[in-house]
Write a protein that binds this ligand. Structure first.
Ligand code: NAD
Length: 387
């Protein structure tokens, strides 16, 4: 079987779906890799490196799609809502597509993908289980975003992060607050701590308290309790407006006392809750920085502008999106490992094994034979979107 790796076409995207080091193990399993010329260049993987590891380089995109039995992408149609549509005519019924497809984003995109007949797997739907851990691309990318968020904050903060005792006096450490402690939030806590900030964190799921503390962070306890804070998968449940209002009231003081606030509070498939309204920003010390990792989904801060860095009332608000792409070498390496683990799971002796009794395959399968095949996605849209 041939695995095709087209160049990423989302504007500014620098990652690549497979890196050269994953070519030999795939070849051993009967999967030959064909890469579009220049696909890995931006991430630091030149064509020659792919060739030296046994991959073929195809001169143009259409050729990669033509040759491939399985197409692997980082941001495919759906997740690439800017230019992804251009790939639809290149997909075939007898083909498999694997990538970020934003399955809970827009039903139109999912239907358009289904209409090509392609058998598509959305990496976002990977179960969060121990068995699927090596294939969990969402966690890999969230790890990178959490790390990068802290660096962006440190770069814009007019203060140092660590405490320093110098001949010129003592510098007090920066105070960082992380709101939303999923994978990105945890990495943000670890990174802020490594840089020496006094770090606190809050999440509505009480289960994360121990994780925060194990990273040396202080867990902020608010006197409110979320109803059924998490679902069976471990994701946060959306709360009602009364809860969010109370939450904002209680968080206000902690936010005002922080130099850096990193927000990463999301609810799958929903617009992100506003946890830092304008009034709260007004109470922050000028020079403070907010990095809003939820900006792609509406943002946790009322003043965030998706894709932009703005200064409001002296506070810098970073709403940049797709942060993983700004660390393309390691983001591609991690994604590539996730994908190759999935490819090896999906094939046996170079042949596709579409075993729907397997939870990993069943839950990630999004479209097949012209249909939206995923029950969770169908259910989600039947409830959320009138046909
Ligand atoms: P996510 O990106 O969906 O959400 C980020 C965080 O925001 C979550 O911790 C959530 O509780 C929090 N949040 C939502 N609304 C909030 C609010 N109003 N106030 C404060 N916080 C709020 O999270 P994720 O990183 O995708 O992780 C989701 C779950 O999956 C977690 O339980 C995580 O531990 C679990 N997980 C398990 C595995 C595994 O077992 N292999 C791997 C990764 C993640």
């Amino acid at each position: 079987m041939i695995v095709g790796v087209p160049r990423e076409i989302y504007p500014g995207e620098r990652r690549v779906a497979l890196v050269p080091s994953t070519v030999p193990p795939l070849a051993k399993a009967g999967l030959q890799v064909v890469v579009e010329a220049g696909a890995g260049t931006e991430a630091g993987y030149p064509d020659q490196e792919y060739v030296s590891k046994g991959a073929k380089v195809a001169p143009d995109r259409a050729e990669v799609f033509r040759a491939a039995d399985i197409v692997v992408q980082v941001l495919a149609h759906g997740a690439n809502d800017r230019t992804g549509k251009a790939d639809l005519p290149l997909l075939r019924r007898d083909q498999v597509l694997i990538g970020f497809l934003r399955p809970l984003g827009s039903i139109e995109s999912v239907r358009e993908l289904a209409a090509t007949g392609v058998t598509a797997f959305a990496v976002e739907l990977m179960p969060r289980t121990t068995r699927a851990q090596s294939m969990d691309a969402l966690s890999s990318m969230a790890t990178i975003s959490g790390y990068k968020a802290v660096l962006l904050a440190a770069d814009r903060l007019p203060r140092l992060f660590p405490m320093l005792t110098t001949a010129a006096g003592t510098i007090t450490p920066a105070r960082a607050l992380i709101i939303g402690v999923g994978v990105a939030g945890l990495q943000a806590i670890a990174t802020a701590r490594r840089l020496g900030a006094v770090t606190s964190a809050y999440d509505l799921r009480p289960a994360v308290k121990e994780q925060v503390q194990s990273l040396g962070g202080r867990f902020v306890e608010l006197e409110i309790e979320a109803k059924d804070a998490q679902d069976a998968r471990g994701y946060a449940r959306a709360q009602d407006e009364t809860f969010y209002r109370k939450q904002r009231e209680l968080l206000g003081k902690v936010v005002a006392e922080s130099d850096v606030v990193i927000t990463a509070a999301v609810v799958p498939g929903k617009k992100s809750p506003i946890l830092v309204p304008k009034e709260m920003v007004l109470r922050m010390t000028p020079g403070s920085v907010i990095v809003d990792l939820a900006s792609e989904r509406g943002g946790n801060c009322e003043l965030t502008r998706s894709g932009e860095i703005v200064v409001e009332h002296g506070v810098t608000i970073v709403g940049l999106v797709n942060l993983a792409s700004s660390v393309p070498y390691h983001a591609s390496q991690m994604y590539s490992r996730n994908l190759s683990a999935f490819l090896l799971h999906l094939t046996k002796e170079g042949k596709l094994q579409l075993n729907l009794d397997d939870e990993i395959i069943r839950e990630t399968l999004l479209t097949r034979a012209g249909e939206v095949a995923n029950p969770r996605v169908r259910e989600f849209f039947n409830q959320e979107v009138p046909k």
